[in-house]
Design a protein around this ligand. Sequence first.
Ligand code: XBP
Ligand code: MG
Length: 238
Amino acid sequence: MNQALAMIRSAGIRGIIASARALIFDVDGTLAETEEVHRRAFNEAFAEAGLDWFWDQVTYARLLRTAGGKERIRAFDQRNAVPSLTFAEIADLHRIKTGRYAALIAGGGCPLRPGVRAWLAGARRRGQRLAIATTTSHGNIEALLSVALGVDWVDLFEAIVAGDDVPRKKPAPDVYVEVLARLGLGPVDCIAVEDSGNGLVAAAQAGIPVVITRSTYFSDDDFAEALLVVDDLSDLDA
Ligand code: XBP
Ligand code: MG
């Protein structure tokens, strides 16, 4: 695409984003690069539970194709013909992991990605409504955003839908369909901001236009269906 056409397209997309009634944000990888903290929390939980499991970055990149921490543990456990953990044991292990994640975030935080704070402020200035549609848990959202945005972070978002609030996790559209229902808006009134192929499929299946902000673990995913793909949100002034 030549530069003039790119500028026209980008200006047009800026207008689409600025005129949306609501911006719906994914969390992990989109608001902050959290997956390395999640990976460390998983490994600390495995050690605490006495499991000789360790997920290095290559293993974790493969496992991240499975959305949801409990589902990810189960996918790894099923690599053996006879899984070693029951569903209850997986839930217990995931609770340990979630506690470790909160402690790691509280201890060192995980900064918002470039451009996120400006996009949130810009949306507020334009009177745009804000929502969250994520696979992770409410506890993890609270841990991350209470540090990154302050204790009143929750007042920014009219709807917050987490993975266990709906029957199916991404790439199913359930979290986005539930956010639209809570906002009382149609999909084309909104813009979803995502970082992964699973997230793009989920929002697109709900009929919502998607801006992709590439993240570390998903930068090579297929984003052909996206309205726009940027390296981070600062590429597109808020
Ligand atoms: C990313 C996920 C989550 C996190 C781990 O969620 O797939 O499973 O990797 O968090 P998002 P949990 O939709 O925000 O990108 O262990 O709480 O699942
Ligand atoms: Mg994500």
